[in-house]
Design a protein around this ligand. Structure first.
Ligand code: SF4
Length: 211
């Protein structure tokens, strides 16, 4: 199987539990909750997306013919001569439309720990090293366990307390980025202070102006 990848790049994880950790980001093309086109935004299930996942025209993007070719390219972006364990974050779009056990195996062959950021609508394959699930209001939710649940807040009809008993190690609440970001940041902060199971997650890559 080939893999459609929007972009592959080396950066820092900008949000959630691993904020600040250097990682190779593998951004897959396509999502099952929005086409990614502005004209379709109103009818999308998920309509607050801030990511361009359409096509394969980003940095190092393309149609990769094999799992090996993706992992090899990702490894070429990791700094040479370091003892640190390489870390790959599979994201999108929705990575589980494409990420399969072959690709997880190929990443592992190059020594990567493999993390995923998924919207939770699709079954999660075994052998991932870090599973971060971000449920979306109005979308089916099947990924009820993992390492981290990261909820964008607020979302109409989606109550963080509905997720508190699920099998996750870390609970992150992240302000919805919209024109009232200051307001959503304060209400997210308030929610965490009043419900300390939740940690505030901020998108530091935007503050730092890095990808
Ligand atoms: S599920 Fe994620 S990638 Fe898909 S439209 Fe929503 S925020 Fe964007």
């Amino acid at each position: 199987m080939s893999y459609s990848i929007k972009t592959l790049y080396y950066t820092l994880q900008g949000e959630g539990f691993h904020t600040g950790r250097p990682a190779v980001f593998c951004r897959f093309s396509g999502c099952n909750l929005w086409s990614g086109l502005t004209k379709d935004r109103k009818k999308a299930i998920c309509n607050f997306c801030d990511t361009d996942f359409v096509g394969t025209d980003g940095l190092n993007g393309g149609k990769y013919p094999t799992a090996e070719s993706v992992a090899e390219k990702a490894y070429s972006l990791w700094p040479a001569e370091t003892e640190a364990i390489p870390y790959a974050v599979c994201t999108g779009g929705e990575p589980l439309l494409q990420l399969d056990s072959k690709l997880i195996h190929a990443f592992h062959k190059y020594g990567f720990e493999v993390g995923i950021e998924t919207n939770g609508t699709l079954p999660v394959p075994d052998k991932l090293d870090w599973v971060c699930v971000s449920p979306k209001e109005g979308a089916e939710f099947v990924a009820e366990k993992g390492n981290e649940i990261k909820l964008v807040y607020p979302q109409n009809g989606l109550d963080p307390s509905d997720y508190e008993d699920l099998d996750f190690d870390h609970f992150s609440l992240q302000p919805l980025e919209d024109p009232s970001i200051q307001h959503t940041t304060h209400s997210t902060l308030d929610y965490c202070m009043n419900h300390p199971q939740w940690n505030l997650s901020l998108q530091i890559h935007k503050l730092l102006n890095i990808p």
